[in-house]
Design a binder for this molecule. Structure first.
Ligand SMILES: *[C@@H]1O[C@H](CO)[C@@H](O)[C@H](O)[C@H]1NC(C)=O
Length: 94
């Protein structure tokens, strides 16, 4: 799971600056939301990544990442959202 997250973070240029409005993190939020939403099929997720990616990336890897999340239970996906919220709300990320 950690590797998966690292991959997603690396594929998207993130411009979340401390002290800035959280709108800078919209792209990342959107990708995470699409990733953990079990109603979003692999193809749709590819489209989301394509719209944000500024660097070449491996589409097969993106599909594998999404498939990995689709295999998780709703409970696991909910926990993932809780974890992301905790990270975003932590002092180091405010
Ligand atoms: C999940 O994705 C579907 C299809 O795009 C969307 O209708 C739904 O609102 C999303 N659910 C959440 C919790 O974002």
């Amino acid at each position: 799971m950690k590797l998966v997250l690292v991959f997603v973070l690396a594929a998207i240029p993130i411009c979340c600056y401390a002290g800035d409005d959280s709108s800078n993190c919209l792209a990342m939020d959107d990708v995470i939301a699409q990733l953990i939403n079990s109603s979003v099929p692999v193809d749709d997720f590819q489209g989301v990544i394509k719209s944000y990616a500024r660097l070449p990336y491996d589409e097969n890897a993106v599909a594998k990442v999404k498939e990995c999340y689709l295999d998780q239970s709703e409970e696991t996906l909910d926990s993932y959202q809780v974890m992301m919220d905790a990270i975003y709300n932590s002092e180091d990320c405010s």
